[in-house]
Write a protein that binds this ligand. Structure first.
Ligand SMILES: [Zn+2]
Ligand SMILES: [Zn+2]
Length: 194
């Protein structure tokens, strides 16, 4: 629980620092994102991935927002993301990096691209509940829920329009592991998502 929360906070801070930056990035390898990917991998204890990971902008990508290739450990991003928002760029970067983290951790074991290993990596990278889709977001969206909560015990995720008041924990996990009483280990981790 504490470890998961700490990693999330680190990732969120990293995301906020990026905001407000508007200039377009050059195509090809992105040194800043590559360095960030490396640091994130180091934080997760994945030293060998940290040294080989690379992040690139690929102008040939069309409707695909991002792509992760393995075992060369490359994240490719669609430059169109830059025109959409810094948030979408960040989210796609983390989505693709989560693929690399999942593959690195799996070693020789075969895993599904968006299976539990990837979802776990998404949680570690601060994007719990990330969807499998890679398509670029439509320019207009209906009303979106603003707050996302996830349980560090079972990784259940749900979104709410309004923020939850006070502290609350996952009932399923509290019931299963603590006889239904509040258990700090299963306190929901909150993230603002829009
Ligand atoms: Zn994916
Ligand atoms: Zn739970």
């Amino acid at each position: 629980m504490e470890e998961a929360t700490l990693q999330l906070q680190l990732s969120f801070k990293g995301g906020e620092r990026q905001e407000g930056r508007k200039q377009l990035r050059p195509l090809g390898k992105d040194l800043e994102l590559t360095n960030r990917a490396g640091r994130i991998c180091l934080e997760l204890g994945l030293n060998s991935l940290a040294h080989k990971v690379a992040v690139r902008w690929n102008a040939r990508m069309r409707s695909t927002a991002g792509r992760a290739t393995w075992p060369d450990a490359v994240v490719e991003l669609n430059p169109a993301l830059q025109a959409i928002s810094q948030d979408e760029t960040e989210r796609t970067f983390l989505h693709e990096l989560a693929h690399l983290v999942a593959y690195e951790r799996a070693g020789r074991r075969r895993i599904k691209p968006h299976g539990p290993e990837w979802r776990r990596a998404c949680c570690d990278l601060g994007i719990p509940g990330e969807k499998a889709g890679h398509n670029l977001p439509l320019p207009t969206r209906t009303i979106r829920r603003k707050w996302r909560y996830f349980c560090p015990g079972c990784w259940a995720v749900f979104d709410r329009v309004r923020r939850m008041r006070g502290t609350s924990a996952c009932y399923t996990c509290c019931l299963k592991h603590n006889g239904g009483a509040y258990d700090e280990r299963f306190r929901f981790v909150e993230k603002r998502i829009s």
